[in-house]
Design a protein around this ligand. Structure first.
Ligand code: GAP
Length: 474
C-alpha cells in the first residue's frame, strides 16, 4: 500500500469510526486541531494508563505529579524558554504566508534539489534563502515564494491572567510538562523522602504555537506528553550518567516493542548531533518511527545535566538540593529525561496495526491492536436479532462481562448479520467477538472469534471470563 494511501485510510477510518474528528468541525474546523471521539478517547486513555502503570505504579523509584498548565512566568524565564524556545520563521514578501525555515528547506531537499548534496540552512547563499521554491507540505502544487530572512519565532502561547491585559499579567501555557517536576522537586522530595536516583512523572497537555503543524495529529499546537525527570547523583565521569541513559533507552525500546507492539524495523534511533541539541541538553537520542509521511521523532531521551534545578535555584532563591542521608552532603542532582508524546504514540499505534486482508472477494480491514490498548476488549452478539431467547441470553452475558473491571469496556452489537458485525469490530480493533447461538441455549457454550486469525473456538460460559482475561491481560 502506498504510504500516502495508508495515511488517507487511517484518517478516514478515524473519522468514520469515531477515533479522531476535526476540531470545531461544524464551523469548518480550526487549523490542525483534532478532537478524540468515543473510541479515540478509550485508546488514548489506555495508552496513558498502561504507561502510568508501567513507569509509575510498578516502580519504587518513580512518583507522580499533576501540575497546573499555566505556571508563574518566571518559570519560563529561568528555564530558558522565553529566550530560546523558538523556531526559525520565514515569511513570503508577496503572499505573507509563514513557514518554518528548516521544514521549508527540508521540503526543497526532498522534491527540488538533489537529495545528496543539500547544504545546511546556515550554509545556503543569501540569494537562495530569498527565493525558495515549493510548498512545505504539497509537492504537487509547487509554489514560488519570495521569502524574507529567517527570524526566530517564540513558540510559547501567551495569555493574560486576570482582567487587565498588560505586561505585568502576561503568562504562558506550558510548552512542556517537564518544568513542573523541577519546580516541585523540593516539595516532592520532602513529602516522599525518596533517595537518589528517583523520578517524577507527569502526563498532560502542552502547548506550542507551531509555525507549520501538520500530518494529522503528528504535529499540533495542543498535544499531550508523558514525561519523567529522573534525578541521579552528581556524576563524576560521563560513564555515571551514561549508565542511567542506557537503562532508560532500554526501557523506552521495551515500551515501544512490548507494550505498543511496534516493530523494531520501523524504529530508528537518532543520536542528535551536538549542534542540534536543545539549549538544556548535553546528549539527546530521538526514537524515530517510520510514519507514512517519513521517519519522524516519536520520543526523546535527554541528559539535562543540572541545568534546570540550578537555574530555578538561582531565579527563585530557593534551595533545590538533595541531602545525602548518610553523609549529609548537599548536592544538586543531575537529570535524565525520557519523554513520550501521547498523540504520536496514538498515531504510530494506528499506522503499525492497520491491516488489510484480501479473502476471495472480500477485503477485511482490522486493527491488530495489543488487547490492552483496544477500545473494546470484546463484543457480544446474538446470532439472530429476531429471536428473543437469543437476545435475552446474549444480553445476560454482555451484562456479566461488562461488570468485570479487567474486561471493560465491552461492546454490544445486534445490527446486520454476524459477518458484518465481525468486520465492524475488526476495523476498530476489538480482539474478541462472542456469539450467542442456539447451542448456547442448550449447553452454555459460546463462540469466541479471534480478530487476528479469524479462528473460532467454543468456550464454556463458566470459563469465559478466565479465558478472556488470560488472552487480554496475559
Ligand atoms: N521536555 C522535553 C520536551 O518537551 P520535545 O522533544 O520538545 O522534548 C517531547 O517533546 C515529545 O513531545 C516529542 O518526542 C513528541 O512526541 C511530543 N511533541 C512535541 N511537539 C509536539 C507537537 N507539536 N505535536 C505533537 N506532539 C509533540
Amino acid at each position: 500500500m502506498a504510504e500516502q494511501e495508508l495515511m488517507e485510510k487511517i484518517v478516514s477510518l478515524c473519522k468514520r469510526r469515531g477515533f479522531v474528528f476535526p476540531g470545531s468541525d461544524i464551523y469548518g474546523g480550526l487549523s490542525n486541531s483534532w478532537d478524540y471521539g468515543p473510541l479515540g478517547v478509550e485508546l488514548k486513555n489506555n495508552i496513558k494508563q498502561l504507561w502510568w502503570k508501567r513507569f509509575v505504579q510498578s516502580r519504587e523509584d518513580v512518583v507522580g505529579l499533576d501540575a497546573a498548565l499555566i505556571m508563574n512566568p518566571k518559570v519560563w524565564e529561568a528555564s530558558g524558554h522565553v529566550a530560546t524556545f523558538s523556531d526559525p520563521l520565514v515569511e513570503c514578501k508577496k503572499c505573507h504566508q509563514r513557514f518554518r525555515a528548516d521544514h521549508h528547506l527540508e521540503a526543497i531537499h526532498k522534491w527540488v534539489i538533489s537529495p545528496n548534496e543539500f547544504p545546511k540552512e546556515k550554509d545556503l547563499p543569501e540569494d537562495i534563502k530569498g527565493l525558495l521554491i515549493c510548498s512545505v507540505s504539497d509537492p504537487v502544487h509547487l509554489r514560488q515564494h519570495d521569502l524574507g530572512p529567517a527570524k526566530q519565532f517564540n513558540l510559547m502561547f501567551k495569555t493574560f491572567i486576570g482582567p487587565s491585559e498588560d505586561q505585568t499579567s502576561v503568562a504562558y501555557f506550558r510548552p512542556e510538562t517537564a518544568q513542573a517536576m523541577f519546580v516541585q522537586f523540593k516539595n516532592v522530595l520532602d513529602t516522599t523522602r525518596r533517595k537518589l536516583p528517583f523520578g517524577i512523572a507527569q502526563q498532560g497537555k502542552a502547548f506550542r504555537n507551531e509555525i507549520t503543524p501538520g500530518n494529522f495529529i503528528f504535529r499540533t499546537r495542543e498535544f499531550e506528553q508523558m514525561e519523567i525527570e529522573y534525578f541521579i547523583p552528581v556524576p563524576t565521569v560521563d560513564a555515571d550518567w551514561n549508565e542511567y541513559f542506557e537503562l532508560w533507552r532500554q526501557d523506552i525500546l521495551s515500551w515501544i516493542t512490548r507494550d505498543l507492539g511496534l516493530s523494531m524495523e520501523h524504529i530508528h534511533e537518532l543520536e542528535v548531533p551536538r549542534e542540534d541539541l536543545a539549549h538544556y541538553s548535553k546528549r539527546t537520542m530521538d526514537f524515530e518511527y517510520h510514519f507514512p509521511f517519513g521517519v519522524k521523532e516519536l520520543y526523546g531521551l535527554a541528559y539535562r545535566t543540572d541545568f534546570d534545578l540550578k537555574n530555578h535555584e538561582r531565579a527563585s532563591g530557593q534551595e533545590l538540593k538533595y541531602t545525602d542521608p548518610e553523609t549529609g552532603e548537599k548536592t544538586v542532582p543531575h537529570v535524565i529525561e525520557p519523554t513520550w508524546g501521547v498523540d504520536r504514540t496514538f498515531l504510530a499505534v494506528l499506522c503499525e496495526h492497520y491491516k488489510e486482508q484480501i479473502d476471495g472477494e472480500n477485503k477485511r480491514v482490522y486493527l491488530s491492536l495489543p488487547p490492552k490498548l483496544a477500545p473494546y476488549k470484546c463484543a457480544v452478539f446474538p446470532l439472530l436479532k429476531n429471536k428473543p431467547e437469543l437476545v435475552a441470553k446474549a444480553k445476560e452475558i454482555y451484562s456479566q462481562l461488562a461488570s468485570h473491571d479487567s474486561l471493560l469496556p465491552v461492546a454490544w452489537d445486534d445490527r446486520g448479520n454476524v459477518g458484518k458485525r465481525y468486520y465492524s469490530q475488526d476495523e476498530i480493533g476489538t480482539p474478541f467477538c462472542i456469539t450467542v447461538d442456539f447451542d448456547t441455549l442448550e449447553n452454555d457454550t459460546v463462540t469466541v472469534r479471534d480478530r487476528d486469525t479469524a479462528e473460532q473456538v467454543r468456550v464454556n460460559l463458566d470459563e469465559l471470563v478466565n479465558y478472556l482475561n488470560e488472552k487480554i491481560n496475559g
